[in-house]
Design a protein around this ligand. Structure first.
Ligand code: G3I
Length: 348
């Protein structure tokens, strides 16, 4: 029989996914994806700006390529995302004179965007991250500093779910966020999703992004968050899993090491951490329906080359004057080989 992949080991638990860019669905990485995964997410190519750069212009090319790859290979597709302040196109908030638009105009544009995008992939994309990261870490409610909130107030969140449900009633609609295990933020996410559900808004799940560290969240914090969200009767998915392990380089340092540069001790620590996390996730069989890794291998991670440690996707190859960071967060190394962490996840 063909060698088993992650998806085979986890067939009785949840689908196992990966976030891709265009490079990942061609060549050697595509073969790895077909063998190991049965779910896929576009890392960037379905976000508002990339797919809808001007009011009457959609760029479907990359999103279609990813969807076609997945459909052809019988891989399920998570849509990411229908509303986020990052990479929202500037035109959406301005009228033809460049003035800020009214709430009615912005909601009409949001409805048009969501209806058009969800309709196009109806029957192909089974789950959408409808709203991404609408809760601030350090303020007491939805981030008031974004135009979505300033122009629409809190309505835009419920509206986004309603627009998506109207476009594809069969799609599972998720609220997606990070640091979702932090006690304070967990209660804000819980409160938001409970209020949406109690108001009859069509929300079906919560996405815990899972950008986790070697020691955070603790097993207790993770279980507490999973139990809290599950108590709402919503499905749960881990949508962007990686375990941050990284090496810092001084400016002007020689090129990043050819091999992974991951010391044996760190590799073992990461393997143990992945084993611990997956042991917990398997306990939520039937509640957790998908676990998706953010990027395929250590060859490319959003955690690479971060500007001086600030989060955010430094454009590939962009080297800043400050520290260069190489990350080794995933189960496959830069040569697409299975790391110690891979075996720790499948040996159960
Ligand atoms: O495509 C443009 C390119 O044309 C331009 O030349 C270049 C230089 O500015 O930018 C390119 O866009 C970049 C894009 O990644 C594609 O590489 C954006 O600047 C950059 O900000 C964007 O970063 C992405 C980030 O989300 C913001 O959208 C990361 O790749 C992506 O991994 C990251 O993923 C997010 C999830 O969507 C939500 N959860 C957090 C996660 C990590 O931040």
């Amino acid at each position: 029989a063909a060698e088993k992949g992650l998806k085979d080991y986890y067939r009785n638990y949840f689908t196992v996914g990966v976030a891709v860019n265009m490079a990942a669905i061609q060549g050697a990485e595509a073969d790895l994806i077909k063998k190991e995964f049965n779910s896929i997410t576009a890392e960037n190519d379905m976000k508002m700006g990339p797919i809808h750069p001007q009011e009457n212009v959609y760029d479907w090319s990359r999103a279609d390529a990813i969807v076609d790859f997945a459909v052809k290979n019988k891989i399920r597709i998570r849509g990411h995302n229908l509303l986020w302040h990052t990479q929202a196109p500037a035109w959406m908030f301005k009228d033809s004179e460049g003035n800020q638009v009214s709430k009615a105009v912005l909601l009409a544009r949001l409805k048009d965007h969501i209806t058009t995008v969800v309709n196009r992939y109806k029957g192909k994309i089974y789950a959408w991250d409808v709203v991404n990261e609408a809760i601030d870490d350090n303020k007491d409610t939805y981030f008031r500093n974004t135009l979505w909130y300033k122009i629409c107030g809190e309505d835009f969140i419920a509206k986004a779910f309603e627009y998506a449900h109207a476009a594809d009633p069969s799609a599972a609609l998720y609220y997606n966020d990070y640091n979702s295990e932090d006690e304070v933020k967990r209660e804000k996410i819980y409160k938001l999703c409970k209020s949406l559900k109690d108001a009859g808004v069509p929300i079906h799940g919560i996405g815990l992004q899972g950008h986790w560290k070697l020691n955070d969240p603790s097993p207790e914090m993770l279980r507490k968050a999973l139990d809290r969200y599950a108590s709402l009767g919503l499905k749960l998915q881990v949508t962007e899993l990686d375990i941050t392990v990284r090496t810092r380089f001084k400016p002007g340092a020689p090129a990043l090491p050819a091999d992974s540069g991951l010391t044996p001790a760190l590799a073992q620590q990461q393997a143990d951490r992945y084993a611990e996390i997956f042991k917990i996730l398997r306990e939520y069989k039937g509640v957790i329906t998908n676990v998706t890794f953010w990027n395929v291998s250590d060859k490319h991670s959003w955690l690479d080359l971060r500007r001086g440690g600030l989060a955010g996707g430094a454009a590939a190859g962009e080297v800043t004057s400050r520290k260069i960071v190489k990350a080794y967060p995933l189960l496959f190394d830069e040569q697409l080989g299975r790391k110690k962490a891979y075996w720790s996840v499948v040996n159960f």
